[in-house]
Design a binder for this molecule. Sequence first.
Ligand code: PA5
Length: 445
Amino acid sequence: MNNAIKIDLKNILRFVPANALNSIQTEAVTALHTVDNATGAGNDFLGWVNLPAETTQNLLDDIKTSAARLTSKCEYVVCIGIGGSYLGAKAVIEALSNSFASYSKSESPHLLFAGQNIGEDYLYELQQLLKGKKFGIVVISKSGTTTEPAIAFRLLKEQLESQVGKKEAAKLIVAITDEHRGALRKLATEEGYTTFVIADNVGGRFSVLSPVGLLPIAVAGFDIDQLVAGARDMQTTTVADTDNIALTYASARNALYRAGKKIEILVNYNPKLHYLAEWWKQLYGESEGKDNKGIFPAAVDNSTDLHSMGQWIQEGERTIFETVISVMEQQNCVTIPADKDNLDGLNYLAGKRVDEVNKMAELGTSIAHVDGGVPSIRITLPQLSEYWLGQIIYFFEKACGISGYMLGVNPFNQPGVEAYKKNMFALLNKPGYEEESKAIQQKIK
Ligand code: PA5
């Protein structure tokens, strides 16, 4: 088995000016030092940099104990959270889960998600599903005041208390939030919930390797020791000034951006990676899209999307580049059978593994894209396992910090996400928003 995550830039070379990658590498090293020495904007949010190394076995064991308590008592565990308090756990769990787990009977509880939308039907259907069922809640909110998870929590807490009583409900709820501040911390203290802390200096989108991601992942039955071990190993290798894949990726995407490639499409050929791409989109979108700058992060799931977005990518406006994540080894083996009649004409594939066909779809597509004017970065991941996911998560985080500084923005704030909240609160007449309410009513007259 390949034993490292690798990055291949040969298919971008014809799209960037000669030597651009070499010269930009110096900038990347400066940006790396800015991250590692905490000398840049947003340096009070760099807790994620040393998080894998600083995560103690005691914390991991406490998380596993809480997960085991929930799994032993519940048929369903609902994780409530949004954005950085949702996507990382969802990404890892989807990547590691059997694709049809929700359709099969299982000894362990089904993990469900809520608070990541304000869909009334979604919440109604969830409430119906949980009626009379043994369920538990992991509620995750760093600020403790985010509207979407707060609504979901209010509804499900009330349902749980009415089903099992307030005292028993308190034993089935775990809260992950700020150590001291916020409505959720206050509530958790008053109700006596088990809690885990999101450190002040770890921003939401960089928090998957904290209890925010680790507890849901442990509840889903996956090995958080291995996840953190992978991240630790990547942490060690991404401090170097040379042979550092985080530097290479950050350099390549900034060189392409400067060459007019304003959109990056993260491409996978494995349906289990759909949510890793969703997590990546938040990580890069919130970190870089500001000050009227930033590569727009998009994603496709191939080969599915070759039959929808494929046309645009091949022949649309030439402002895109792609980053393909290729998983080298599959967990299972499926071979295409021969058929004596061969009416479908597929006998030329008989005896081949499905993954061989998938890999040729990947290679053929990349060649077509490069020929069509789309630079193609390729990242190879040895396997979908906890260890390699820990590595790739940390890799993307580190590259994101470096890339944001190369772009000249503060990669660790997100001032833009407040705009919609202000309008929503004004429209809903939230106390404290009286002036905004008046102003917005004028706009919608
Ligand atoms: O990355 C971020 O900061 C955001 O996506 C947050 O994670 C998201 O808004 C949820 O915030 P909170 O955890 O405070 O409820």
